[in-house]
Write a protein of this length. Structure first.
Length: 399
């Protein structure tokens, strides 16, 4: 009613409310708030998200000397609960006002796990894990998953040796042989790889006199793969119902795309008019099923996030505000946790191609951009299946 009578009396409306940070006496806070507003307009942030970001910027920049960077730990501890530390850090980083003083979670994990080991082994294992994480002059950094697997393999062995030994230099070949004797398959292979890495590091740093794993060798584990059954295919069809799920399954089932390639697929990799798609630099003819699922997903994507700057095909509510790909957990939450295994679908596609055109590893390598080793493995599996089928047919005829 107040607005009605104002218009009737010819009184101009009051100025629209704007966040106090936009008119602050602090020039740093004022420029940061303006940049947050620009980022919000460019990236499709909601008005509430922009206001919350300005609230957080006010909390960390109010009273801060001009030009002094803000530490990331302060951003995470000082901002209000309703503000997003990630968005505030993004604004400050663009303005060169952010200092990342936080330690990686993996480093805290290394300190905690190494501290739980016996005293004689803790220091050497900590140094080994840090070299795996950061690399050195002769080795590249390893992934976090590699660190988790390696430590999980050596930890029970070290705890067992600690009952009779006090240091890595006291471990002999006989100790290693006894520790590995009950292990089989991939468990044994992983343990051997982890022990070889640990003792090589210790030998190079002069922590031990002799490497007890020098003559250890991993054994080739035969891999078997069978085509998916009708029940498995039906189960996947019943689980994959959303446009995103159907797209992921279609790319794996038709193009044998890996999970990482699907996550990093961008709009620039699509050529829908010419029915072409590119995975990791390898262009392929776009199949009919992926084409239809792509159209359905892109339609939903455009309706849900019309202003997103993210060029990746698969996005969610979090990545739509930035430019990065969805996480591996995104695929797990949508499919793996529902019982759909992408590697199983992908392997079935490659095996089906090998059974259809013959066990030609060169053909498989060219079509699916596989390494020669992987293509030869699929070709060998397909040849074994074809030979078994021929033998079964011959036995049926003789009987």
């Amino acid at each position: 009613m107040a607005s009605y009578y104002r218009r009737k009396a010819g009184i101009p409306p009051p100025p629209r409310w704007q966040h106090p940070a936009l008119t602050s006496d602090n020039p740093v806070l004022r420029s940061a708030a303006a940049h947050a507003k620009e980022l919000g307009e460019a990236n499709g942030w909601s008005p509430s998200l922009v206001r919350c970001a300005m609230d957080g910027l006010t909390a960390v920049l109010e009273g801060c000397p001009p030009g002094k960077p803000v530490k990331l730990t302060e951003v995470r501890t000082r901002i209000p609960r309703h503000a997003s530390s990630h968005r505030i850090a993004e604004v400050l980083a663009d303005l060169k006002l952010l200092e990342d003083d936080s330690s990686l979670a993996i480093r805290s994990w290394i300190e905690d796990r190494a501290g739980e080991l016996p005293v004689g082994f803790a220091g050497d294992v900590r140094a080994w894990l840090l070299v795996l994480l950061d690399g050195d002059s002769r080795a590249k950094p390893r992934s976090h998953t590699c660190l988790y697997v390696y430590f999980g393999c050596v930890r029970p062995l070290l705890e067992n040796w600690a009952t009779t030994h006090g240091h890595l230099r006291e471990i002999t070949v006989a100790d290693v042989t006894v520790a590995l004797s009950p292990l089989r398959g991939w468990q044994r292979c992983n343990a051997i790889a982890a022990l070889r890495s640990l003792f090589r590091f210790a030998k190079k740093r002069g922590l031990i006199f002799a490497n007890p794993t020098t003559r250890l060798k991993t054994e080739d584990i035969p891999r078997s793969l069978m085509p998916m059954t009708d029940a498995e295919v039906l189960a996947v069809q019943q689980i994959a119902v959303t446009p995103a799920q159907r797209l992921i399954v279609a790319l794996a089932a038709v193009h044998a795309a890996r999970a990482t390639a699907i996550r990093h697929l961008t709009l620039d990799d699509l050529d829908l008019p010419n029915r072409r798609i590119t995975f990791a630099g390898h262009a392929q003819r776009l199949g009919e099923l992926p084409h239809q699922t792509l159209l359905a997903w892109l339609a939903q994507r455009g309706i849900t996030w019309p202003k997103t700057p993210n060029r990746h095909v698969l996005i969610n509510a979090k990545t739509a505000l930035g430019t990065g790909p969805v996480s591996a957990e995104y695929l797990k939450r949508h499919l793996l946790h529902q019982g759909v295994y992408l590697e199983r679908i992908r392997g079935d596609r490659v095996l089906h191609e090998a059974l259809t055109v013959g066990s030609d590893p060169l053909h498989l390598a060219l079509v699916f951009n596989l390494s020669h080793t992987t293509a030869s493995r699929y070709a060998a599996i397909a040849q074994n299946l074809l030979d078994d089928q021929i033998e079964q047919t011959a036995d049926d005829e003789d009987s």
